[in-house]
Design a protein around this ligand. Structure first.
Ligand code: SAM
Ligand code: SF4
Length: 477
């Protein structure tokens, strides 16, 4: 079928069905009240590595008292420490093109945003952007596309291959994730064959009347179920690395949490594999944005949202983007976030443009809250005893769905994740960091090594760190 110039074969889709039960979610949200005994049982269940049900999630969403919130934050902190340790994976978004046939009322790329300058990176520009990102020390990218006949699956696959082929000095992009429109099954197969990591599609809002309000029916994105089924089709096409998300601020954030948890439960029950990552971007002002947003979510509620998702879906990676300010990032990173972007530029070709030029602003999809450079984010993480990680070991060793392993295999993090994160940190410190960051980085590396019991395994890690220091790259245990 062709719609707005885009070919989509909807016939092959088995259709995941409508697994969002609006009435049940509303009922649970209405009827759940704060109950100390019950929420403590639920925290214990989550901390035993068990995903929560919708009913249990609603119980956590009902927590209001200061004492309850404190316990909630502590429970999320504890779970994150216990399961994931102190690594934070770093990545950067790379906007490839902002042509779009859709008209999402909140987005600076929407068809009717007349002040937006439309652009798609040429092959040369793409190579320059990737070179610049590699020269800053990035190893993981997410390529972002509007929905347009220009951005076919073949085109997305080609961009992915170009990114992997660029090697500046010691640099390399080792993992390319995608955030683009939902594809049909054949389309997903094409992008998978280019070696993508995660395919991300955000439902934006799980609440159907709100979905219709922001996504006109006569656009491709106006089809709620086609989008809801996006990850089912991806899985059927062989992609088991799926990223889901909701754009927080379109509807009641509590409903969106229930939607995200419903989605995770659906994928896990149907395919035995839940989402690889959950994103919860808060809506930001965008070019030509005229729409009303009556559900803007406060910082306080956002903190609760992060803690509750951490507890409800303990096996999943959680992404907090630079839409958030550094103050908010500082606060909620503790509650369970495992990935953040750093050094982010949203304009097309933005990694080479002077910041804040009017043209740059008109090519942005929305404004970001954390404008720090990668180096500053690395330094900040180190100072707070987080290991900035550029690790892609699992993916490169063919271990997809690594979060499940981290989660399911006792000792996996100590044995693989922490040492491999440290090795990528050494690469960063040697190749890209300032003296100040280097000192802070080796302080943390030594601290981490001191915490490891003496063993042949530890000696092997120390040996590899020395090899990395003397110039060997892409080492892993
Ligand atoms: N066009 C594809 C789509 O819509 O799925 C992918 C690219 S789109 C640029 C990526 C995401 O940006 C959207 O899924 C949406 O959640 C987010 N986004 C759009 N407008 C935003 C805004 N004003 N503030 C924050 N995030 C926004
Ligand atoms: Fe297009 Fe995606 Fe923006 Fe909607 S959110 S207007 S589909 S780029």
């Amino acid at each position: 079928m062709q719609q707005l110039g885009i070919n989509l074969d909807k016939s092959l889709s088995k259709n995941g069905g409508d697994f969002i039960n609006d009435n049940y979610i509303e009922e649970l949200l209405k009827n759940s009240t704060e109950d100390k005994v019950r929420y403590r049982e639920i925290f214990a269940k989550a901390q035993g590595n068990n995903p929560l049900t919708l009913e249990e999630t609603a119980q956590l969403l009902a927590i209001k008292s200061p004492e309850g919130k404190e316990e909630l934050f502590n429970a999320a902190r504890e779970l994150k420490k216990q399961i994931y340790g102190n690594r934070i994976v770093l990545f950067a978004p790379l906007y490839i093109g902002n042509y779009c046939v859709n008209n999402c009322a909140y987005c600076g790329f929407r068809k009717e945003a007349s002040n937006t300058i439309r652009k798609t990176l040429s092959r040369d520009e793409l190579i320059k952007e990737v070179t610049q990102l590699e020269d800053e020390g990035q190893k993981r990218l997410i390529l972002v596309f509007g929905e347009s006949p220009k951005y076919t699956p073949e085109y997305i696959a080609e961009c992915t291959k170009i990114v992997y082929s660029v090697h500046s000095k010691n640099g390399a992009i080792r993992r390319v994730n995608i955030n683009a429109a939902p594809l049909d099954i054949k389309g997903y197969q094409i992008v998978k064959s280019a070696g993508i990591g995660t395919y991300q599609v955000f439902q934006e809002t799980y609440h159907k009347p709100t979905y219709s309000k922001y996504h006109p029916k006569n656009t491709i994105k106006g089809d709620y179920l086609w989008r809801l089924d996006a990850m089912d089709r991806a899985y059927e096409a062989g992609i088991d690395d799926m990223g889901i998300g909701a754009l927080i601020g379109l509807y009641d954030w509590k409903f969106e949490v229930m939607g995200l948890v419903s989605h995770a439960i659906h994928l896990k029950e149907k395919y035995g594999v839940g989402p690889h990552t959950i994103s919860f971007p808060r809506i930001q002002p965008a070019t030509d944005m005229t729409t009303d947003l009556p559900y803007i979510t406060s910082d306080e509620d956002f903190e609760k949202l992060v803690a509750i998702i951490r507890l409800s879906v303990p096996y999943t990676g959680m992404i907090m983007t630079a839409r958030e300010t550094k103050e908010i990032r500082n606060k909620v990173i503790d509650f369970g976030v495992s990935q953040i972007d750093a050094g982010t530029r949203l304009e097309i070709g933005g990694y080479q443009k002077p910041k804040d030029s009017q043209q740059a602003l008109n090519e942005e999809q929305f404004q970001i809250g954390d404008t720090r450079k990668l180096e500053d984010v690395v330094y900040w993480l180190l100072q707070n005893d987080y290991i900035p990680s550029f690790c892609t070991s699992c993916y490169r060793a063919g271990r997809t769905g690594e979060h499940f392993m981290e989660f399911a295999i006792p000792g996996f993090i100590k044995k693989f994740c922490t040492p491999n994160a440290l090795l990528t940190l050494v690469e960063y410190l040697e190749d890209y960091a300032s003296e100040k960051t280097k000192i802070e980085g080796y302080r943390l590396i030594n601290k981490e090594l001191d915490q490891m019991p003496d063993s042949a395994y530890k000696q092997n890690i120390i040996k590899k760190i020395e090899q990395a220091k003397s110039g060997e790259r892409d080492l892993r245990v």
